[in-house]
Design a protein around this ligand. Structure first.
Ligand code: ADP
Length: 422
């Protein structure tokens, strides 16, 4: 877009690719995230001394922190994202479910709000029927979530979920949902401008997860037809228009037996946004910036066309069997290329992957006219990918693409856990 860009970084990321490529960079603190990437005064100082107009929060750290969005706006800068009010509402999963229910969006059956004590949890679980899932109201990253298969497991699940939620989020409010046995995770990408226009860019299937963390995502879903997508899209865009939502957002659903059930909304760009960009031919980040600048979308739902199929593999710096993080120095780096291959990567030969942050280091995205072609392209690209010096999840993805069930699109959210256990 021709907009000069300032990168911020901790001392651990001084050599990072984004720091090297940005027009300017500012160090905002030591490695520990609370002293750098979560340090709001340091971020605002960096914005002020460089004369920045706006802050894009990315998809980690403070990207769903309503207080940060408020502080940015209070300092006369533009926060590239939704209003603080909507970030706060959707950050509390109980409030999010209430809001969506009132707007006509179907939910996973569950408790109406937070559970005050174990006795109430027992009553609610009996009413819903086992198995149930205890979830943290402030949850994220798959933390604070515990399954109880039957009444004898409820007390332990209750205690563990609350303890994990307290430690991770400083908030131990929990609620209960029916634990679905074979759903797919299907989410809908939405953009809304400040003038009341809301459109969706179709669905992503993110069912391939380990410990509730996505590893491979597809657009569209092998399980959905255009009519089901259109119906879901109409419900969701109608709901967000009535809410007065602005900027990018994703509504996450579980999909089982032909029915959608809302679980949460992310009020930010998501890691897996490239698969949507590939099938819709849209640059979601530049759209976020245009919307934050007050521009109108300038297109309608009927202008959005879906072309072909896209798959993203998350390449993590992890050992592909035990999944322990593998920070270290990358000695050799070769990324695949060619038609329909996209790499969004932080890696280069000689870079150091620090031990302090999330282990995602690259995303490999392929796009092709049909899903079977995309899978072939993905196999070839994975074979070409060379990262030496650290271990990555590339070998796991190579195994997945060769699996007949994956090739048939025949999987649920539980599939990958079983696959990695084989
Ligand atoms: P987080 O915000 O921690 O990512 P989510 O509510 O998005 O939590 O759930 C993460 C994943 O956990 C979902 O994608 C799904 O795989 C699983 N999950 C969540 N709720 C349920 C449920 N009621 N039944 C079965 N699986 C669920």
């Amino acid at each position: 877009m021709g907009i000069p860009t300032v990168a911020v970084h901790s001392t651990a990321d001084a050599e990072a690719m984004h720091v090297r490529l940005a027009d300017e960079s500012v160090c905002i603190g030591p490695p520990a995230a609370r002293d750098s990437y979560l340090n709001i005064p340091a971020l605002l100082s960096a914005a002020t001394i460089t004369g920045a107009d706006a802050i894009h929060p990315g998809y980690g750290f403070l990207s769903e922190n309503a207080g940060f969005a408020e502080t940015v706006e209070a300092h006369g800068l533009t926060f590239i994202g939704p209003s603080p009010e909507h970030i706060r509402m959707m950050g509390d999963k109980i409030a999010a479910k209430r809001a969506m229910a009132s707007l006509g969006v179907p939910l996973v059956p569950g408790s109406d709000g937070a559970l005050p004590d174990l006795a109430t949890a027992r009553e609610v679980a009996a009413g819903i029927g086992y198995p149930v899932l205890i979830k943290a109201a402030a949850g994220g990253g798959g933390r604070g979530m515990k399954v109880a298969a039957d009444p004898s497991e409820l007390e332990d699940a209750w205690r563990l979920a609350r303890a994990e939620a307290r430690a991770a989020f400083g908030n131990d409010a929990v609620y209960i949902e029916a634990y679905l046995d074979r759903p797919r995770h299907i989410e809908l990408q939405v953009l809304a401008d400040a003038h009341g226009n809301v459109v969706h860019f179709g669905e992503r299937d993110c069912s391939l997860q380990r410990r509730h963390q996505k590893l491979l995502e597809e657009a569209g879903s092998p399980a959905l037809n255009p009519a089901a997508r259109d119906a879901l899209g109409e419900t969701v865009t109608g709901a967000l228009a009535r809410l007065g939502y602005r900027n990018a957002g994703t509504l996450e659903f579980l999909y089982q037996d032909g029915r959608f059930a809302f679980i949460e909304m992310n009020t930010r760009l998501q890691v897996e946004h490239p698969v949507t960009e590939m099938v819709c031919g849209v640059d979601l980040v530049s759209e976020q910036i245009r919307i934050a600048a007050g521009q109108e979308l300038g297109y309608r739902q009927s202008d959005i066309a879906f072309s072909g199929h896209a798959i993203e593999c998350r390449i993590n710096a992890e050992d592909p069997i035990g999944f322990t993080p593998t920070p270290g120095r990358v000695t050799t780096y070769h990324a695949p290329g060619g038609l329909g291959v996209r790499i969004d990567s932080a890696l280069y030969a000689g870079c150091f992957v620090p031990p302090y942050y999330d282990s995602l280091v690259a995303k490999l995205i392929v796009h092709a006219p049909r899903r079977a072609d995309a899978i072939n392209r993905l196999r070839r690209a994975l074979d070409e990918f060379a990262v030496h010096g650290i271990q990555t999840t590339v070998p796991l993805h190579q195994r997945i693409v060769d699996d007949p069930e994956f090739q048939a699109g025949d999987y649920t959210i539980h599939w990958l856990e079983n696959f990695v256990a084989k």
